[in-house]
Design a protein around this ligand. Sequence first.
Ligand SMILES: [Zn+2]
Length: 238
Amino acid sequence: MSNYREIKEECYEANLLLPEYKLIDLTFGNVSIADTSRRVFAIKPSGVDYTRMRAEDMVVVDFEGKTVEGSFRPSSDTPTHRRLFQAFQDIRAIVHTHSRNAVAFAQAGREIPCLGTTHADYFYGSVPVTRMMRTEEIQSDYEWETGNVIVERFGLLDPTQVCAVLVHSHGPFAWGPSGTKAIENALALEIVAEIAMKTIQLNSIVGPIAPRVAGQAFPTPARRRSVLRSTLSQHQSR
Ligand SMILES: [Zn+2]
């Protein structure tokens, strides 16, 4: 019997939502769920196919990096998740994907500007992009250093207000207070990236909307949920 059954099950359920919402291609993605009081998190095992994965296969790692439960190796991105859980104490779940439109912004080294109320409903201002990583960072411990450049980028930002980031030349990380909410934020990120790209194609000199409008757009959770539900149903009916 696992001591970590609840976070493993939440982690498993959230990981299954990645292919369901078409947020990943192949196995480029993972979700982790933390028990912050015990300073541990459950994360997807490395290289295990989504169709064969079970809740008991989730690997539990402590905030110092030691595997405390699991027969598989944790995802190769585990050091990034660990660094973020250490630094952002108010988040419980982290989602990493290579969703295509968000990756395109990351590879271009461009933040996603807040061009309208769809974006403002989920993200307070632009979704930031990290600086390009240095050669020594890439060659030493890439995944850990990825966490470090995210933490560096959030020096003046509140991760509970801006719940996603683009890692330069790589892709997005999103987070939230639960697996479901973090997945919702990762999906919202991909949607606003796609909308922003099309908007910029139509009008290359478009600018961000005024902060006052951004801050006041659809502020209530009920409104957020209704926007997401209608978007999800459009996705699923494609
Ligand atoms: Zn990745």
